[in-house]
Design a protein around this ligand. Structure first.
Ligand code: APR
Length: 250
C-alpha cells in the first residue's frame, strides 16, 4: 500500500487540473450507511429502492416515503464530517463532484459553490410538481410529516434525485465539462454502478485523465483505476493529499 500511496501522491502532485468524484463511502466513517456495501446496514439490502426512491413508489405510498426520509434525516442529525471530508476541505482549490445528499463536505468547510451535488440534497424539501419550483430547508431535529406545497398544493418531498429522475441540469453539465478537462480524477467511495453519474469516470479517462480510486473494495471504479488504494477514505486521504496544492480547472 505504501508504494501505491507514494505513486498516487506523485501523480496527484503533478496534476495541474484535478477533481474529486465521491459516493456514500466518503461518509461511511461518519456513521452514514452506504447503499450497496456488503455491510449489514447497507440501505438497499434492507429496503426496496423502487418503493422508497422512485416516483412510482412515492405515488403509491407517499406517507411511507416521507417517513423513511425522516428516519434517514434523524440518523443524520448530529453526524460529523470525518478525516476524509476534512482532508478534502483543506484543498479549497478543488471542486467536489458528489453523489451524496448529505452536507458533510460543506460542514467540513468546503465552500458550497465548490460542491456539485449530482443527486440533490436531503437538507431540503421541494415541491413534487416539477413546474412549481417551491423549495424549503428542513430541520433534521424537527422532521415534517407528509404535507402540501404552500404554493401549488402538490406534495412536498425530499429534494433528492430518485431513480429514473433527471439530474439537476446545470450541475450535471458542470460536472461533465470538468471531467473533460482533467489530468487526474480522484474517485472516493463509490460502487460506480449508478448512471449517469458513474459515467463521469469513463468520460474523464476518455479525455486523458488518470484515475486514482480510494475504496476498500475494487468494484467498477477499481476496474477503471490507474491506481487503486484499497483502504478506507478516512485512513488514506489525509496522507494522500496533505500538503499538495490541488486545483480544479475554471
Ligand atoms: N472509504 C471508502 N470507500 C468506502 C468506505 C470507506 N470507509 N466504506 C465503503 N466504501 C465503498 C464501498 O466499497 C462501495 O464501493 O463505498 C462504495 C459505496 O457504494 P454504494 O453504496 O453503491 O454508494 P454510491 O456509489 O454512492 O451509490 C450511488 O446510488 O442508491 C443510489 O442515489 C444513491 O447516490 C447513490 C447512488
Amino acid at each position: 500500500m505504501r508504494d501505491r500511496l507514494e505513486v498516487a501522491r506523485e501523480l496527484l502532485g503533478r496534476s495541474r487540473h484535478t477533481a474529486v468524484f465521491s459516493g456514500a463511502g466518503l461518509s461511511a466513517e461518519s456513521g452514514v450507511s452506504t447503499f450497496r456495501d456488503p455491510a449489514p446496514d447497507a440501505l438497499w439490502s434492507r429496503f426496496d429502492p423502487t418503493e422508497l426512491a422512485s416516483v412510482e413508489g412515492f405515488s403509491v405510498n407517499p406517507q411511507r416515503v416521507i417517513e423513511w426520509y425522516n428516519w434517514r434525516r434523524a440518523r443524520l442529525a448530529g453526524v460529523q464530517p470525518n478525516a476524509a471530508h476534512r482532508a478534502l476541505a483543506n484543498q479549497p482549490g478543488l471542486i467536489q463532484i458528489t453523489q451524496n445528499v448529505d452536507s458533510l463536505l460543506e460542514q467540513a468547510g468546503v465552500a458550497a459553490e465548490r460542491v456539485l451535488h449530482l443527486h440533490g440534497s436531503i437538507q431540503r424539501d421541494r415541491c413534487h410538481n416539477p413546474s412549481c419550483g417551491h423549495a424549503e430547508p428542513v430541520d433534521f431535529a424537527a422532521p415534517q410529516p407528509l404535507r402540501a406545497c404552500p404554493r401549488c398544493g402538490d406534495y412536498l418531498r425530499p429534494a433528492v434525485v430518485w431513480f429514473g429522475e433527471p439530474l439537476p441540469r446545470q450541475t450535471w453539465l458542470r460536472a461533465e465539462d470538468l471531467c473533460r478537462n482533467l489530468d487526474c480524477l480522484l474517485v472516493v467511495g463509490t460502487s460506480a454502478t449508478v448512471y449517469p453519474a458513474a459515467g463521469l469516470i469513463e468520460l474523464a479517462r476518455a479525455h486523458g485523465s488518470r484515475i486514482v480510486v480510494v475504496d476498500p473494495a475494487a468494484g467498477a471504479a477499481g476496474a477503471q483505476a490507474d491506481i487503486h488504494l484499497d483502504a478506507a477514505a478516512g485512513e488514506v486521504l489525509p496522507a494522500l493529499i496533505a500538503g499538495l496544492d490541488l486545483r480544479s480547472p475554471g
